[in-house]
Design a protein. Structure first.
Length: 174
């Protein structure tokens, strides 16, 4: 019985002391989307993605125009060429349309993969910067702003992280 009482008293004091420890935890949050959108490297990535999208769209439009021209040419020659030749050219045109659809699908998939890789590298580098910032400023916990319902603006360290990102992240290479 005496052991149980001593154990209970020790447990009670340890519990009280641990509550005070939790009160000293420093918590902050960052807005990752804000940092990405407003950082120099984030804007550079978005610019590269826009250029790549434009290039893909131009290729697709050019290919589509070529197919449309061939289709119009085939229709205009319908009464001039033999029926068998018309069928053969129609089949070839259908193959080109299938190739076109495959090209669109492949380009979309490769673009999505590229975009994920680039943003993943950005986030990886960002997390290293956030880790360093937390150590330098004795912050025990940094949360993502989109996962927080309410928080004081004084706890938001997004601008500090943004400045550090602009200083330390110059380029992202795959």
């Amino acid at each position: 019985m005496k052991k149980n009482t001593i154990f209970f008293i020790l447990f009670f004091f340890v519990f009280l002391l641990s509550k005070n420890t939790f009160a000293d935890i420093t918590i902050s949050f960052i807005d990752v989307d804000y940092i990405y959108s407003n950082s120099k490297i984030g804007k550079k990535i978005d610019n590269q993605l826009s250029l790549k999208t434009k290039k893909i769209n131009d290729e697709i439009a050019n290919y589509q125009k070529n197919i449309q021209d061939e289709k119009e040419k085939l229709i205009s020659q319908k009464n001039i060429i033999s029926e068998e030749e018309f069928k053969n050219q129609s089949i070839n045109l259908e193959k080109k349309v299938k190739e076109y659809n495959k090209l669109i699908s492949d380009n979309n998939n490769s673009f999505i993969k590229y975009k994920k890789e680039v943003k993943g590298l950005f986030l990886k580098k960002l997390m290293n910067i956030v880790r360093e910032y937390a150590e330098e400023n004795s912050i025990q916990l940094i949360l993502n702003k989109k996962d927080i319902i309410i928080g004081q603006n004084s706890m938001d360290v997004s601008n500090d992280i943004l400045e550090t990102v602009d200083k330390k992240m110059k380029d992202i290479k795959l």
